[in-house]
Design a protein around this ligand. Structure first.
Ligand SMILES: [Zn+2]
Ligand SMILES: [Zn+2]
Length: 235
């Protein structure tokens, strides 16, 4: 066996290994992929049948505003909302918690296409119904956290989404200060904590410090922004 054969064998083996569990397994042909775009489909096809079956897809949304799969009174009650629609791709269960931790904290980069592909399942219906987006942006990390982790997972995922769906990406927000973990707090505390955390990024804006929003004088439609984050906590 020549070295080229060895090299080929190595690549062939890695292509057959699931990026999540590393097991060498072939997927079943009738696997469910809730995305149409070829790139995210391909990333999901790299998963083994076990891992693929573990993804808790949100296939139907009961609340047209926040996209929760069950009926939701919150959105109807709330009059003051700062977003038009929110969509999540999967439920945040134990398996997803584990995958996200592998990617975010253990730096398992090969999980990134899988994560972005799951996100694509939430983005595609929005693209069909919302009539497109002017920009894609991501929820920023505080500087300290960015240094610690080395990357902003939301930004990485948003960049892939922007590339796949040919949408312009811009860093529209910056984090002014950081907060502790939000997941264990009640709604009121979370909202209180988040106040003043974000500001419009001046880096991307025109000189003079005005916000980096496009001039829409020729269009009556409001600017549609797709804001990407890795976890959505119900507010
Ligand atoms: Zn697997
Ligand atoms: Zn809702």
């Amino acid at each position: 066996m020549g070295w080229l054969d060895v090299l080929h064998g190595l690549f062939a083996a890695s292509a057959e290994c699931c990026p999540v569990c590393g097991k060498d397994k072939r997927r079943p042909s009738d696997a469910f992929f809730p995305v149409r775009h070829a790139a995210p489909r391909q990333a999901l096809q790299a998963l083994c049948a076990d891992c693929l079956g573990r993804i808790p897809w949100i296939v139907s949304t009961a609340c047209p505003i926040c996209g929760r799969p069950e009926r939701c009174g919150d959105c109807l009650r709330r009059r003051n909302r700062h977003f038009a629609r929110c969509r999540g791709a999967v439920r945040y269960d134990e398996a997803m918690k584990e995958w996200l931790a592998l990617y975010k904290y253990r730096g398992l980069e090969k999980l990134e296409p899988v994560m972005a592909s799951m996100l694509a399942a939430a983005v595609e219906p929005l693209l069909r119904t919302a009539g497109g987006f002017d920009w894609v942006t991501a929820v920023p990390l505080a500087e300290g956290r960015l240094e610690e982790r080395g990357f902003n997972q939301a930004e990485r995922l948003a960049l892939r989404i922007a590339k796949w769906y040919r949408l312009p990406y811009r860093s529209l927000l910056r984090r002014v200060r950081n907060t502790e973990k939000q997941s264990r707090k009640g709604r009121r505390d979370r909202l209180e904590d988040m106040k003043g955390n974000f500001a419009v990024s001046s880096e991307q804006g025109p000189p003079g410090g005005s916000p980096p929003f496009p001039s829409r004088s020729d269009r009556s439609a409001p600017t549609a922004i797709l804001l990407v984050d890795d976890i959505y906590t119900t507010t």
